[in-house]
Design a protein around this ligand. Structure first.
Ligand code: ADP
Length: 391
């Protein structure tokens, strides 16, 4: 039987799925992981669904027992919950209690697709486990954005009454990766300026000054910014009015179009970056355009954030595309040589799953590939909160 007393159960609950990992924060060892899908589908012809998050949590505990983690005997240290939206005030992880649950519920209008799932996961875990539960917010790292970066140029009532501002997302990843970059380089985090490009299905860029977030590409929602798998990223907001008034699309239709049918999928017909590359190589013009638009937007943000930071020391690529697509990395820096950016072809193309430098020695800007690990970051932040609390 594995001793899991130091381990944290990290939960990432969506409205219809529950992803989990049992992680030992000190060693980064993963004791178990899995995914329960089709929550809300009671049975079905193949019997694969589960009715609610409570039932999904029972599946998790069964799977943990199968993996040799008898929670009744060895216990776990805590549960760490990924919560997408923490609003303007949750700048750090918090111990979950009824007041915190109410605060997360209060933020549902700002994240109607994400926070309800997280709340259902928290409720189910609180019912299943008598151990501390910690909420770690995807927005927390970006509560440090200066007002100049977090404020939309909108009327006062819209900004204050309706809380319309830039929040930023993927913060757990940006925080983890920016610290891992400092570890890799053996330099104090405070001593350099970096841009982190998190390029997965969702994509975001951040400008980080001495470890503190100074700007980020996602805004009120995760729709703003870079071109993503199925999300458009930046568009003129007047596109919305135009499509509504001139084409007769409803608000819901436009929202779905921008979030689910745009980005790489809208341009190339597929959202998987590997497939975009394969089709572009096979001579597909739409896929070529998709690649070019994706790269153009990335160069645009790297240039803008270099200006925001007043100069750049380190550029970091992370997540599925950033970690695994050397051609994309090379294309992004190709026109940025005068900003001090380049990659060494051999380093850039060498297959590796480790954090590594891919720019030439002596390059004015160091280009890194750093694998992200949001579960480990959540486990660490959970453990740190509990350590501080017991002091
Ligand atoms: P998520 O945001 O869902 O966590 P990931 O970080 O796993 O997503 O990234 C998924 C993306 O990474 C997909 O577009 C996938 O095509 C891309 N990807 C994964 N491996 C490679 C690869 N070897 N080359 C290019 N793209 C890759």
């Amino acid at each position: 039987m594995t001793d899991a007393r130091d381990a944290v159960l990290v939960l990432n609950a969506g409205s219809s799925s529950l992803k989990y990992q049992v992680v030992v924060p000190g060693t980064a060892e993963v004791l178990a992981k899995g995914l329960v899908e089709r929550i809300g589908e009671d049975g079905g012809p193949d019997g694969a669904g589960v009715p609610d998050h409570g039932a999904a949590m029972s599946v998790v505990t069964d799977q943990l027992a199968d993996a040799g983690l008898d929670l009744g005997r060895t216990g776990l240290r805590a549960v760490g919950h990924r919560v997408v939206h923490g609003g303007p005030d949750f700048s750090d992880p918090v111990l979950v209690d009824d007041a915190v649950v109410a605060d997360i519920r209060d933020l549902v209008p700002l994240a109607p697709l994400h926070n309800p799932g997280a709340l259902a996961g928290i409720e189910a875990a609180r019912a299943a486990f008598d151990i501390p539960q910690v909420a770690v917010f995807d927005t927390a790292f970006f509560t440090s954005l200066p007002p100049a970066a977090s404020t939309y140029a909108l009327p006062e009532d819209i900004r204050t009454q309706h809380r319309v501002r830039r929040y930023g997302f993927h913060g757990t990843s940006h925080r983890y990766v920016s610290r891992a970059a400092a570890d890799l380089l053996g330099r104090p985090l405070e001593s350099f300026q970096q841009v982190v490009l998190h390029l997965g299905n969702g994509c975001s860029a951040s400008a980080i000054a001495g470890g503190v977030a100074a700007d980020t590409s996602m805004g009120l929602t995760p729709l703003e910014g870079l071109v993503m798998g199925t999300r458009s990223g930046d568009v003129d907001p007047a596109v919305f009015t135009f499509l509504h008034e001139q084409v007769g699309m409803s608000v819901a239709e436009i929202d779905t179009m921008l979030n689910k049918r745009s980005g790489l999928k809208g341009l190339a017909g597929v959202n998987d970056f590997r497939e975009v590359l394969a089709r572009a190589d096979a001579g597909d013009g739409d896929a070529r355009l998709a690649f070019d638009v994706y790269v153009h937007r990335l160069r645009h943000y790297v240039g803008a954030y270099t200006a925001v930071l007043g100069g750049l020391d380190v550029l970091v690529f992370t997540a599925g595309v950033g970690e695994n697509a050397p051609r994309l990395r090379a294309a992004v820096v190709e026109t940025l040589g005068r900003l001090g950016l380049s990659v060494d072809p051999e380093r850039n193309e060498a297959p590796s799953h480790e954090a590594r430098v891919v720019s030439p020695d002596g390059s004015p800007v160091t280009v890194l590939v750093v694998p992200t690990n949001e579960e480990l970051e959540i486990a660490r932040q959970t453990a740190t909160l509990l350590d501080t609390r017991h002091d």
